[in-house]
Design a protein around this ligand. Structure first.
Ligand SMILES: Cc1ncc(COP(=O)(O)O)c(C=O)c1O
Length: 385
């Protein structure tokens, strides 16, 4: 039995995605920049994929750029905004719980003379709009806030941020890391006046190494990658055609099943939480259990247990989970997100992240709770002897 509950790290590509990619590797392999018919046909399909994804996000087709994934999209957005607007100021606001692909870029700029304000989060993992308001300055050029946190699943109120900027008559731009939100919760980029938004293929049952960036048309940002002027000059490099077409297929299927799959995942998670609370003592649920968190993520601390030990106990029984963010570390460092919540080391060390998908069933959850209960009891008996 294999139960995969590590869907925040990556998801299993859908069969249709794999078939689509194989087709674009084996048959339609031409370079979309080539002038012959084969190249032209591939180019047309990429443009259709761009249109589909733009329609899903309710934005214009030429506001979508394909990239190699969430990390590159975050880097491109932040660095090209900084390059263009640094003559107006060097102050940037972000939060302490961002993904490393945001925090480490900003750290680089901090070391080079930029002033970065890190908004703290409360013990449930939410930024405070009051603190954001107080942090705004005339020289603020960028606010970079993630929509859904990849470790605890909290949804930040990004729809409120542009209102604060308008009230203060500030022109600072808003970048949203949407990697864990895309395809998981509703997104209204135009209504919320988001300037740039990142997404990634492998979190929505698409391929790894492909993603995208929405850039509001009026911005006209300059590239940080130069070359053959693909992607209208904003992201040079021969397009990852199988990746883009696989991403497009994943978006198509996700779009057609969005509400159905989200409802299913919600039920699976609710069942799992209830059974966990009923069956296992001394646990702490770190994900807020309301509509302010992603239905796809559940972070739980098991007291008197080390997360990595529990992970291997579960793995032995075919259950796959993570301790902290698989993308930022091998789980050897203490999670900066859990530290920011103010959790004691004892709780951080015993933390497991469960991330669900349409593929998980209630039976999977029943089995997982049983194995968890037995494993936690056994580990506690050994460690507390
Ligand atoms: C919130 C968030 N941002 C960015 C990324 C990076 O995306 P990618 O793996 O596509 O580079 C991840 C990946 O885990 C993520 O969870």
């Amino acid at each position: 039995m294999n139960i995969y509950l590590d869907n925040c790290s990556t998801t299993k590509p859908r069969e249709e995605v794999i078939e689509e990619m194989v087709h674009f590797l084996r048959d339609e392999f031409a370079n979309p920049s080539s002038l012959h018919r084969l190249g032209f046909n591939v180019e047309k399909k990429i443009e259709k994929a761009r249109e589909n994804i733009a329609n899903f996000l309710n934005v214009k087709k030429d506001e979508i750029y394909f990239t190699s994934g969430g990390t590159e999209s975050n880097n491109m957005a932040i660095q090209s905004v900084i390059n263009k607007y640094n003559r107006f100021g060097k102050h940037i606001i972000t939060s302490t719980i961002e993904h490393s692909s945001v925090l480490n870029v900003l750290k680089h700029y901090e070391e080079n003379g930029y002033d970065i304000t890190y908004l703290e989060v409360d013990n449930r993992g939410f930024i405070s709009l009051e603190q954001l308001k107080d942090s705004l300055r005339d020289d603020t050029i960028l606010i970079s806030i993630m929509f859904v946190n990849n470790e605890i699943g909290t949804i930040q109120p990004i729809w409120e941020i542009k209102k604060l900027l308008t009230e203060r008559k500030l022109k600072a731009l808003l970048h949203v890391d949407g990697v864990q939100a895309f395809g998981k919760i509703p997104i209204k980029l135009k209504e919320w006046k988001v300037d740039t938004f990142s997404f990634s293929g492998h979190k929505i049952h698409g391929p790894k190494g492909v993603g995208g960036l929405y850039v509001r048309n009026e911005l006209k940002l300059n590239p940080i990658i130069y070359g053959g002027n693909q992607e209208r000059g904003f992201r040079s490099g021969t397009e990852n055609v199988p990746g883009i077409m696989g991403l497009n297929k994943a978006v198509e299927i996700m779009r057609d099943n969005f509400y159905k799959e989200r409802e299913h995942v919600r039920n699976v998670k609710a069942y799992f939480v209830k059974r966990l609370i009923d069956e296992i003592e001394n646990i702490h649920i770190n994900t807020p259990l309301d509509d302010n968190s992603s239905p796809y993520i559940l972070n739980v601390s098991f007291e008197y247990v080390r997360g990595e030990v529990l992970l291997h106990y579960l793995e032995d029984k075919g259950i796959y989970v993570s301790t902290s963010s698989a993308c930022s570390s091998k789980g050897t460092e203490k999670s900066h997100v859990l530290k920011a919540l103010g959790l004691p080391d004892r709780a951080i060390e015993g933390t497991i992240r469960f991330c669900f998908s349409y593929d998980n069933t209630i039976e999977d959850m029943e089995y997982t709770v049983k194995i968890l209960k037995d494993s936690v009891e056994e580990i506690r008996q050994i460690t507390m002897r």
